[in-house]
Structure formats: C-alpha cells, structure tokens
Ligand binder design. Structure first.
Ligand code: EPZ
Length: 427
C-alpha cells in the first residue's frame, strides 16, 4: 500500500499541461470493439482505469500497445463476446462495453460493473435502452446475458434520466444497427461529444451529440482512425482548486474553457481571478477565500458532481458559510468525514451539506473514500497546518495522472511512500 505525505504548501506557481479526460478515453476505448483495424488514441491518460480497459480489450482479442501518450488498439481480431466478473468489477465504465459487444458479436455476457462507492450505481437505464434495439436480456446469478436476433434494430429510445453511460451505450448500439435511431433526453457532457467525434471519424453517422437529442444513422462498417482525447475538465478544475486554497498563480495549458465554465462561479465567488484564453486557463488567488455560495450538482452544463468534493475543500477554508446540494449521486459526501478529521466544520443532511469555513485545517491521517473524494483530501492537505497523510491511493490513481509530481512541479511538497504496517515497517 502507498500513501501521500503532504506538507502545507503556500503559493503554487507555474504552468502545467492538462491530462486527457478519463471519462472520454474509457468509452472511446470500449468503442474500438465495433471498429475494424487500428485506432490511435492520443492524449490517452496513464491511469489504472485505462489499464483496466486495456485488460478487457486484450481479453476480447484486441492488440493494444502504448506509443508514448498514444494508445494503439487493433480490434480486427476480436474473438470473444464475454467479460469476466473480475474485469467488470475493476471500474464502472466496463458496462459501456455492452453496446460495442452487441454491435460486434450480436451477443454479450457481462456482470454488474464496479466503480466508486458513491451510490448504488444501478444499470437499469443501460438495460432499458439496449433492449429497445431488439436485444433479449436475461439477468440472474450476478450475470447479464444479452442476445440480439441477428443485427441490432434501430429504434427511438427515451432516457428517463440523462445518464452519461446509458447515452454512450445507446450510441454504441445504434452505430451498426439497421436504420436510423434517435436517443431522447441524452446526456450532454463533453465526453459524449468526444465519443461521437471519434465514432464519426471511424465512419459513423451521428448528429446532435452534446444536445438532448442524438440521431444515429446505422452504417455497415467502422474503420480505425486517429483521435485526440479532450482535456480532463474535472482534473483542470481540481488543479485550479489547489491554487485557490494555497494562494499563488498557475496556468494550465491544453484546456477547453467551455468545458470547465460550469465550475467558474465557484472560483469567482471565492474571490479568485480566472483568465481563460484560447486553450489555457490561469487562476490567481491570495489564499483567503470567500464562501462558494450555494452549489447544486446537475447534469452538464450544470455544476459537475465530479468537482463537488474539491469544491467542498475550498468551502472548508472560506471565511463564511457555503451550501452544497448533491443531486446526482445519493452517497457522495463520504469525504466530509475525512475533512472533519482535519478540523473542517461540515453538517450533512441527506443530499445537503452546510460548510462553515474555518481559519485553517490541521493535518491528519486520512483515507481516500473514492476518486474525487481522494483528490479533495489532497487539496485539503496542501493548505492544512502541518502534515497530512492520504492513504488508499488506489482510488486517486484511477483518475489523477501524475497527481503528486504535477503538484510538486508547482511548488507543492508531497512525497509518495509505502504505508508502514502496524509495526511501523514500510509495507
Ligand atoms: C459518469 O458515470 C462518470 N463516469 C462519473 O464520473 C460521473 O460522475 C457521472 O457520469 C455523472 O456525470 C464515467 O464516465 C466513467 P450516470 P455514470 O449514468 O455514467 C443514475 C468520476 O469520478 N443511474 O450519468 O455511471 C446513477 O445512479 C466518475 O470520474 C441510474 O439510476 O453516471 C446516478 O444517480 C464518478 N440508472 C445518475 O443516474 C442507470 O442505469 C447519473 O449516473 C444509470 C445511472
């Protein structure tokens, strides 16, 4: 096991490049299963969730290799249509292989996916929308067996909630289906647009991605292409939050300002200065934050649930009261109890948290509860008095590429080390 030992770090300064988006790279890697031949995915982040997707692709018969920051996937030789339970459990995004397997093989044998413990994470919307394409689905004994009689049939499907994953699965099921399909109440996240962009480069005919209505005209075949993954909007905002709480000035390159605009208000309310240029964003902060106001997480273009935890850390050290309402996941405040161990003043009632800012947090031994909660604890450690130790880094490694190295390049003082066992021996 490893841990991050974080010293209080003031005034971060410097320039960094954003990583490629985890939540864009993962569905694009799943999409290579319905693409013949070689695809080159540039700016694919080096993350454990990406490694989990690579394991699934190789299990299915794809050839996958890294070439610097590009992942080359040759899916000509797909020869399986099932994913073992242990591979499904490694991450949430494994469920997005459902549509591609149906499109490629006309059948799929899966089990429920894994992912962060931020709620029940049901897959009923995935199942409902895939069934609309003429797929017979039997669930039982923890398994999901799917079979299409011949090719998938185009359809019109309405999502009862603009689920990101269910939108991705519906798009991926529709690409090779006979006829034209329409997905109503689709998710509008930038990652949906990026997936559609990749698929259209491969020969798909998708329009409306990024809106609440996506139209897909089925085609006979998709061929590999070169694609660059969009920047990771959540990690960009997380680095901005690091500078907000420590004070200083950082510039992040390879940024799409539109994608991070839903988080701007938190920075402006808290007294930071944000400067967005063509493809970069600069934040300036004196480290003395005002409250972030009332934040309500919503589907894109609303405030992103994935930035809720880091924004709570900002609220913890603001000079006043902030409120956060988590409307997307039913159990996404677990990081609050770890922040309270660091001296934060947070009250949680169901989906509402009220944060009374304190003058300063104090360093403590804390445990990462999920990916974004873990990154919020790192943000807290940067501005807490003394030393903070963040354990259970497996969550953070799922989505934060070179997190401590990048922060140290801006002047943070973080070291990664083995967690000592009970006898104090480094394990
Ligand atoms: C994607 O998860 C992201 N993950 C999540 O990021 C992100 O928080 C979420 O979208 C919302 O933006 C990836 O892209 C890999 P949803 P997903 O389906 O697709 C409910 C991170 O930290 N729901 O939009 O699983 C669900 O329980 C991760 O990077 C159903 O009820 O999210 C939730 O309450 C965490 N039935 C809401 O919809 C379903 O079949 C939104 O879920 C599917 C979802």
């Amino acid at each position: 096991m490893e841990q991050l030992v974080i010293e209080k770090s003031k005034n971060l300064r410097g320039e960094i490049d954003s990583q490629g988006s985890k939540n864009s790279a993962l569905p694009i890697l799943a999409a290579t299963v319905i693409v013949r031949g070689k695809s080159v995915i540039h700016k694919c982040p080096h993350l454990t969730d990406v490694e989990a997707a690579i394991k699934i692709l190789r299990y299915l018969g794809c050839k996958v290799e890294w070439q610097d920051d590009a992942l080359v996937v040759d899916s000509e030789t797909v020869n399986r249509c099932d994913i073992p339970e242990d591979l499904m459990h490694e991450m949430r995004s494994s469920i997005v292989f459902l549509g591609p397997l149906l499109g490629r093989c006309g059948k799929a044998e899966l089990s429920a996916p894994g992912g962060c413990e931020i709620g029940l994470r049901p897959i009923d919307l995935h199942i409902k929308s895939v069934k609309r394409f003429g797929v017979e689905i039997n669930e039982g004994f923890g398994k999901i067996s799917c079979r299409a009689n011949g090719k998938l049939k185009s359809c019109e499907t309405v999502l009862s909630f603009p689920s990101v994953g269910a939108t991705e699965n519906a798009m991926l099921s529709a690409c090779l289906a006979e006829g034209t399909s329409v997905i109503f109440n689709s998710a509008r996240e930038p990652e949906i647009e990026d997936l559609a962009d990749f698929l259209n480069k491969c020969g798909a005919k998708i329009s409306g991605a990024g809106t609440g209505k996506i139209v897909v005209e089925g085609v006979k075949r998709l061929s590999g292409c070169e694609h660059t993954v969009i920047p990771d909007r959540i990690m960009i905002s997380t680095y901005l939050a690091c500078c907000a709480v420590t004070g200083g000035e950082i510039k992040i390159n390879n940024v799409c300002c539109d994608h991070i605009s839903p988080t701007f208000n938190v920075f402006v309310q808290s007294g930071c200065e944000l400067i967005c240029r063509q493809n970069s964003v600069t934040v300036k902060s004196n480290g003395e934050l005002k409250p972030i106001g009332t934040v309500r997480t919503m589907p894109y273009p609303g405030f992103p649930t994935d930035f809720q935890a880091p924004s709570m850390t900002m609220a913890c050290v603001a000079n006043g009261t902030s409120v956060i309402v988590e409307n997307i996941f039913e159990s996404r405040f677990k990081h609050a109890c770890e922040l309270i161990r660091m001296g934060a003043n947070i009250k949680v009632e169901g989906r509402v948290s009220v944060i009374e800012g304190v003058k300063e947090l104090t360093g403590a031994n804390v445990t990462s509860t999920d990916l974004r909660g873990g990154s919020a604890l790192v943000v807290a450690g940067l501005c807490a008095q003394g030393q903070t130790v963040v354990r259970n880094l497996s969550h953070i490694d799922r989505g934060c590429e070179k997190f401590s190295e990048t922060l140290n390049s801006l002047g943070a003082r973080i070291r990664r080390e083995q967690t000592p066992d009970e006898k104090g021996q480094k394990t």
